[in-house]
Design a protein around this ligand. Structure first.
Ligand code: HEM
Length: 460
């Protein structure tokens, strides 16, 4: 009997580039989000012309995003971009798949539940409070701060303190520099056609990257080795990771712990730093919202220098500001999936091996789902308001949704609760602020801002 065959679907529209043979690849390397925006008018499923046999599609419809991340997730895997990340993160949660990913996710998930994260709020607030003196000095001296850099250092301090129980030490500047170097290198390799072996050529960029990676490896290796040698595993995230690994009788594999620790460090600090940087940018453009956020925190803290675990739940406006900021400037501007088998999306055939780009930036700025999308309006996230599914997905979705979303929200709220009542930040330059996607979405060239003490400071 003849098999019934599914009729071939029409081909999706294609966005071609001006460069023969390379298609839109050079444009993707320069400005991936701009390319996605150019694709949107062509349809909800658009093929981007790139060299090679692998097809690349961008999806603009939340229903399609949900299909890939949730409904048909077993068909979707890590991409060659994730393989690039493996050079740094090894087989940690972001890059691994299959049984290893399932086991590690099951082990780590409990440590990241909202109720377990509560215990870190005081530390998060205390780290932010350490900035106050420096910002006071900058305000007194009329010194301009690079807020992008300030937020990176803050988020790195919070991550290192909460995850590894380490105090800020002299070597931190080297770690920050190494983290930045690694990001720049990864961003450069993302769309590169160069084969993997070129990573090992003694080119200056490769040498700088290898040195930076060695610095990070040594720092993380030291932290893990110290802990393994200690009598107690400790009660920070690293301790939870080691304890969980032990309980499962999987034995403590130092290599796996290193990969997870490196993953947490990289996935867990640049993202929150990016979101906080954009919060300051938007608050400066909307001084009335900045005042209300400062007042809210001052009221909730009632004169205490930093928030406790119960306070962050009370910061409704601040939370809405953070959510609206991540709508306009999602720290992870896009991420990808590779189709293991064929699929059909939006009436188009997606062949096995195709890569799908899912972009919070694209969907969260689409006027079909967000009226007047460019307008900053925190009331979109007022208490009780829930965006329609997958019209808002800064933390991804489905089984591989961000592990650190509660951690990230807690640290952003704790940091703002400390800083917003005390300081008013203003753009120090009239040059337009241009978003640039390295691994995360940041203001190109940093965010120079002047700091002022807020007059209505912390009246109890
Ligand atoms: C505002 C801050 C953050 C944003 C916007 C963010 C965003 C994301 C997104 C979009 C994904 C999913 C990527 C995909 O599906 O391919 C993800 C995954 C992940 N994130 Fe976050 N993240 C943030 C903070 C954090 C923090 C603080 C941590 C750790 C402490 C963390 C750890 C992870 C891990 C481990 C994964 C991989 C999960 C898995 O595949 O099972 N993230 N994040």
């Amino acid at each position: 009997m003849a098999k019934t065959r599914r009729a071939r679907a029409p081909s999706p529209p294609v966005l071609r580039g001006g460069v023969p043979l390379l298609g839109v690849l050079p444009a993707l390397a320069r400005d991936a989000l701009g390319v996605f925006e150019r694709a949107r008018p062509l349809g909800d499923v658009v093929r981007l012309a790139v060299p090679g046999r692998r097809l690349l599609f961008v999806l603009a419809d939340p229903a399609h995003v949900r299909h890939v991340l949730q409904e048909n997730h077993p068909n979707y895997r890590r991409t060659p971009f994730h393989d690039r990340l493996k050079t740094v993160m090894g087989e940690g949660l972001v890059t691994s798949e299959g049984e290893l990913w399932r086991r590690q996710r099951r082990l780590l998930q409990p440590a990241f539940r909202a109720e377990r994260i509560r215990r870190f709020v005081e530390t998060m607030g205390a780290v932010a409070a350490e900035l106050v003196q420096r910002w006071d000095a900058a305000a007194a001296a009329g010194r301009v701060l690079d807020v992008s850099r300030e937020m990176s250092d803050l988020a790195l301090d919070i991550a290192v303190r909460c995850m590894f129980g380490q105090e800020r030490r002299g070597g931190d500047a080297a770690i920050s520099a190494a983290l930045h170097e690694v990001q720049v290198w990864l961003a450069g390799r993302f769309w590169s056609l160069a084969p993997d072996w070129t990573e090992r050529l003694p080119a200056p960029a490769n040498r700088r990257f290898r040195r930076a990676l060695a610095t990070l490896d040594a720092a993380v290796g030291r932290i893990v080795a110290d802990r393994l040698a200690a009598a107690e595993v400790g009660d920070d995230l690293l301790g939870m990771l080691l304890a969980a690994q032990g309980e499962e009788n999987t034995g403590t594999d130092a290599g796996q712990v290193r990969d997870e620790a490196m993953t947490m460090l990289l996935a867990g600090h640049e993202t929150s730093a990016a979101a906080l940087t954009w919060v300051w940018h938007l608050l400066s453009l909307h001084p009335e919202v900045a005042e209300a956020v400062g007042d809210e925190a001052a009221r909730v803290l009632g004169g205490r220098p930093a928030p406790g675990a119960d306070d962050v739940g009370e910061l409704a406006l601040t939370r809405a500001v953070v959510q609206e900021t991540m709508r306009l400037f999602p720290p992870v501007g896009w991420f990808g999936r590779l189709a293991a088998g064929p699929d059909r999306i939006g009436g188009f055939d997606i062949p096995a091996g195709a890569i799908l780009a899912l972009s919070p930036w694209l969907v969260q700025r689409d006027p079909r789902f967000w009226p007047d999308p460019a307008r900053f309006d925190p009331s979109r996230f007022a208490a009780g308001a829930r965006p329609a599914p997958y019209t808002y997905f800064p933390f991804g979705g489905g089984p591989r949704t961000c592990l650190g979303n509660h951690f990230a929200m807690a640290e952003m709220l704790a940091a703002l609760a400390v800083l917003a009542p005390r300081f008013r930040l203003r753009h120090a330059s009239t040059a337009p602020v241009r978003p640039e996607l390295l691994v995360t979405l940041r203001p190109a060239g940093g965010l120079p801002m002047s700091v002022e003490r807020r007059a209505r400071a912390l009246a109890a």
